[in-house]
Design a protein around this ligand. Structure first.
Ligand SMILES: Cc1cc2nc3c(=O)[nH]c(=O)nc-3n(C[C@H](O)[C@H](O)[C@H](O)COP(=O)(O)OP(=O)(O)OC[C@H]3O[C@@H](n4cnc5c(N)ncnc54)[C@H](O)[C@@H]3O)c2cc1C
Length: 499
């Protein structure tokens, strides 16, 4: 039976574990599960605590440190997805799309000063996508029922069709209303930890449950991994951790370590882990760790449904999921600047009544990775003595043109729906995002990449990375499905390599 305990309450012998995973988000959890399926005894170290059902993202995350986004301003950037057992998936909107080959070979459309193509193909991911869809009970897959379009989604679909844009139903990792343990439609569902288990999460879908597995999983939360200590060679010897509850420093010996802390935190951990053997940080011999930081360039358009002819569904409050309908019409399309766009989808506000009279669309596209966009450690330290994170970051003109194109299409859809006025929410990309990618790039050449195609850091025997940081291009879709499928693929190959 999986142990999930605050580290201060866990009386375990740390030498009992074959592998330590840093971070209990979807990538860390699926990596831990994959190893436990193969008989390994795995500990998952997690900084955040348990997230209460019904918790809202904003208040939950307010407790965690911010990053600097300029050399002289306040710490106003978000270097996390979410901190807690289950990571960002506890609060996510459960949009569960697969990537396309174009996301993995984006050099067809984009040119930057970094390698943008992944060292694997879509075919390599496909079996793992299918497994994750089964595990998360993704609507419309494997015989799981489709999630019905919301009344707003139906309006948007009609407007899209009238404009010659194909609408599609979003695959959601949420059990539809009316099915066994299905959604109870209690809220507008954005940035919310599901109060029932209708929405998938690491805990709701038992990803960390080892009861039927030959190995074991122990989740020890309340533990911040500050440094990876090396032996006098290319081998991790221990993790130096800080326990905020007790102000204690503890040292946890490791056989192998798998870092799944998110693309900002994983890079920061490697940069903090300087030693005589790794003077610029672990994996940073080519000065690549932290570089290529890429979020999703994204934006929202809000249509004010003021005209008398607007449909009642647009004027009413909204209870249900954040999004049910999208279009990928402009994913790869000749009219988009450089031919490579992204998604446009329904994006209801978190408060049911906040939606009355408003219809909101979200548009996203994967950002170009540039070496000047990066995570660095600031000279300032936080109250626990840990160096603050700083983003050095600017959007490219091409990304701005791509998202501008999608924004214009979204506005056309809203106008067709009867919006009298359309507001665009201001972009805040330099301040972080919940889609974090690219800082530990994957490839076979240590001169242009940090990890190999299976996540092992070049030149280091037992240090692996399996989160969004290894994605060379962020992809034009919501990433968690791909992050999980890729983590499972990597964890499988790690096991094969050693047996
Ligand atoms: C409001 C919201 C909505 C979203 N909606 C969607 C969606 O609909 N679809 C989608 O695909 N994606 C969505 N996402 C993004 C999704 O949450 C992330 O893609 C996903 O969580 C990334 O998984 P991960 O395991 O790589 O990282 P994370 O989920 O960030 O997990 C990393 C974990 O590591 C821990 N950690 C970090 N550093 C340390 C350290 N030094 N020591 C110990 N622990 C550490 C963190 O506390 C965290 O729990 C959403 C995110 C948010 C916030």
């Amino acid at each position: 039976m999986t142990t999930i305990r605050h580290i201060s309450a866990a009386s375990c012998d740390y030498t009992d574990f074959d592998a330590i995973v840093v971070g209990s988000g979807p990538s860390g959890s699926i990596a831990a599960r994959t190893l436990a399926e193969r008989g390994h005894r795995v500990a998952v170290l997690e900084y955040g605590g348990l997230v209460s059902p019904g918790a809202m993202y904003g208040p939950h995350q307010a407790a965690y440190s911010r990053a600097f986004t300029s050399s002289d301003g306040p710490a106003d950037g978000n270097p996390w997805t979410a901190c807690g057992v289950g990571g960002g998936m506890q609060f996510y909107n459960a949009i569960t799309l697969r990537y396309r080959q174009a996301d993995l070979s984006a050099s067809r459309y984009l040119a930057t000063d970094m390698e943008v193509d992944w060292p694997i193909t879509l075919q390599d991911l496909e079996p793992f996508y299918a497994e994750i869809e089964h595990l998360l009970e993704v609507s419309g897959s494997n015989g799981f029922p489709s999630y019905p379009a919301s009344s707003r989604g139906l309006l948007l679909s009609n407007a899209m069709r009238a404009l010659g844009i194909r609408p599609k139903r979003i695959p959601l990792a949420i059990r539809p209303p009316g099915t066994s343990k299905g959604c109870i439609v209690c809220s507008a569902c954005d940035e919310l930890a599901c109060p029932t288990e209708a929405k998938a999460s690491v805990l709701a879908r038992n990803i960390l449950d080892d009861s039927a597995l030959p190995g074991t999983i122990s989740v020890l939360y309340g533990c911040f991994v500050n440094r990876i200590a090396l032996r006098n060679d290319a081998t991790a010897e221990a993790l130096e951790c800080y326990v905020p509850l007790s102000s204690e420093l503890i040292r946890i010996p490791v056989g192998k370590v798998i870092v799944c802390a998110n693309a900002v935190q994983t890079a920061a951990l490697m940069l903090r882990s300087k030693s005589a053997y790794a003077p610029k940080g672990i994996g940073n011999g080519s000065d690549l760790v932290g570089r290529g930081l890429s979020f999703k360039i994204s934006g929202y358009s809000v249509g004010h449904m003021e005209s008398a002819g607007c449909d009642a569904a647009a004027l009413a409050p909204h209870w249900g999921t954040h999004a049910t309908v999208y279009t990928d019409e402009f994913y790869e399309h000749v009219d988009v600047p450089c031919g490579f766009g992204g998604l446009i989808y329904e994006a209801n506000f978190p408060s049911p009544h906040g939606n009355a009279g408003l219809v909101r669309l979200h548009y996203i596209a994967g950002e170009e990775p540039w070496s000047h966009n990066r995570v660095v450690l600031d000279e300032a330290v936080d109250p626990d003595g840990i160096p603050r994170i700083r983003f050095e970051y600017a959007n490219s003109q091409n990304d701005c043109a791509r998202i501008g194109f999608l924004a214009d299409r979204a506005d056309e859809i809203l106008r067709h729906l009867g919006a009298g006025r359309i507001e665009r929410e201001p972009f805040a990309h330099s301040k972080g995002s919940s889609h974090l990618h690219g800082t530990m790039r994957a490839g076979s050449d240590p001169g242009t990449s940090v990890v190999d195609s299976c996540g092992r850091i070049h030149g280091f025997t037992n240090i692996h990375v399996m989160d969004g940081s290894v994605m060379n291009f962020a992809g034009n879709s919501n990433p968690t499905h791909t992050i999980m499928a890729n983590a499972r693929r990597m964890a499988m190959s790690l096991d094969r390599r050693e047996t």
